[in-house]
Design a protein around this ligand. Structure first.
Ligand SMILES: Nc1nc2c(c(=O)[nH]1)N[C@H]1C(S)=C(S)[C@@H](COP(=O)(O)OP(=O)(O)OC[C@H]3O[C@@H](n4cnc5c(N)ncnc54)[C@H](O)[C@@H]3O)O[C@H]1N2
Ligand code: MOO
Length: 411
């Protein structure tokens, strides 16, 4: 038995962005409940923001050209004809040679195209001395300068952060159409795996580490994840557990049994799931760690077979499952991952043709940041405990050299 349909890391990302479609269910949510959700439609502004031109300073609204040449030595003289009150309409308009007092945020009167700050003015009775010239548009936010009426403010697929919610609030949008969050199911497999809260172990048993780490990573990214327990290395029991879970979720994550051993049933389980078509699209990614990873589909739902080794499962989750979940939740663009630039502390060889994810610790030395490889087998959790992030060595390289500058993707 061999791996088949092995893909490179790049081919796997293309598969995710091209073959995986966002889940179709959408809902409308009040904006104060829509943080981190993804828009399922464009948001078109139905009004301009701001709806009136307003001053950004406390000062005098003027016609810019009336102030040209004004300086402390040669002030310009204007006559003050009134003031605009906060939150009220500017009822008077401004003519040549006139100035009207405006506080910060107040409406700019008709006829004015600039505001001179009070620091550069001196008012005596109705007479204003202006000691600095103002350029047209200076100190004014114009009507529609933030958002124009009819403008597409946000596009379908945009993930809503606090600043987007603020922009929606300014527009008076109270509800937004968003994709439903994909429901995730997670199931561990292996005769040796016991629940992680089991106090004593019998010979040969190990605790379900992935059953804790993977649902926690999903939770940290804002997804709900149903934990399905542990399936034994027995096709029909494994199949039954997976089938039950699949009925309630949009995506199923299976851990273990993804390799090519006699008891590695994950491929067969995926192929048998679903009432209609089921397929294995990827079996093996040319990466280290985590080569025995599976991407398949059954009943138009995505199923991922994660490698059993805990460090491999976490790396594959970070590099491939997380983008897959974002894609399923309708996100259009890949967000920028938090990363740090560091120098490699020692030569790290790698095999061309395979993308390596090296677990690294970031160490500061005399003001410089170094990426120190934490080498070790992918069954060892402590390699991840000691690490701050992953250094990717792409498949064309034979490694990185001591002193090379690299980007470390942080956990
Ligand atoms: N003949 C080959 N054998 C293996 C290959 C290969 O290419 N040819 N690949 C190796 C690599 S690399 C990995 S990674 C593993 C992945 O195998 P599986 O996905 O089939 O995982 P298992 O065999 O079920 O488990 C591997 C290892 O991890 C432990 N494990 C499994 N599940 C959990 C869990 N939920 N929590 C903690 N630990 C878990 C399991 O006990 C095994 O020790 O295959 C290699 N073999
Ligand atoms: O691909 Mo495995 O995860 O290296 O141990």
């Amino acid at each position: 038995m061999k791996f088949y349909r092995v893909k490179t890391a790049e081919e796997t990302w293309s598969y995710i962005s091209e073959q995986i479609k966002p889940i179709s269910r959408t809902t409308n949510l009040p904006i104060d409940e829509a943080l981190h959700r993804t828009l399922s439609n464009d948001i078109v502004a139905k009004e301009a923001v701001p709806s009136f031109s307003r001053s950004t300073v406390d000062g005098y609204a003027v016609r810019a050209k009336d102030t040209y040449g004004a300086s402390e030595m040669m002030p310009g003289f204007l006559s003050v004809t009134g003031e605009v009150k906060m939150g009220e309409e500017a009822t008077i308009s401004l003519s040549a040679g006139e100035a009207i007092y405006v506080p910060t945020g107040a409406m700019i009167p008709e006829g004015s195209d600039a505001v001179v700050m009070i620091e550069y003015c001196e008012q005596t009775g109705d007479m204003l001395q202006v000691m600095r010239s103002a350029a047209p548009r200076e100190n004014i936010i114009f009507r529609g300068e933030d958002v124009e009426d009819g403008e597409v403010l946000l596009q379908k697929g945009h993930k809503l952060r606090t600043q987007e919610l603020g922009a929606l609030a300014s527009l008076g949008v109270r509800e937004v159409p968003v994709y439903e969050t994909p429901k995730i199911g997670y199931l561990s497999s292996g005769d040796e795996i016991v629940p992680y809260d089991q106090v004593t172990l019998n010979a040969g048993e190990i605790r379900d580490v992935n059953g804790l780490t993977i649902p926690q990573l999903a939770k940290q990214a804002g997804f709900d994840c149903i934990y399905g327990g542990v399936a034994p290395d027995d096709f029909s029991h494994y199949y039954e557990k997976a089938k039950q879970l699949l009925d309630h979720v949009d995506i199923l994550l299976l851990s273990g049994g993804s390799s090519v051993g006699e008891k590695d049933f994950t491929t067969r389980v995926i192929e048998s799931l679903g009432d209609g078509e089921a397929s294995i699209d990827i079996h093996g990614i040319s990466v280290k760690p985590g080569k025995p990873t599976i991407f398949g589909r059954a009943d138009e739902k995505t199923i991922v077979g994660l490698p059993g080794h805990p460090a491999s499962a976490m790396v594959i989750y970070q590099m491939f499952v997380q983008p897959l979940l974002r894609r399923l939740s309708g996100q259009r663009v890949e967000p920028i991952r938090p990363s740090k630039v560091a120098k490699v502390s020692e030569n790290i060889p790698s095999t061309p043709g395979r993308t390596d994810y090296i677990r690294v610790q970031l160490v500061e030395d005399e003001g410089e940041l170094f990426a120190k490889p934490i080498l070790g087998k992918s069954g060892l959790m402590k390699t991840l405990v000691k690490s701050d992030g992953l250094l990717e060595i792409d498949s064309k390289k034979e490694g990185v050299l001591k002193g090379d500058q690299v980007q470390v993707t942080l956990f």
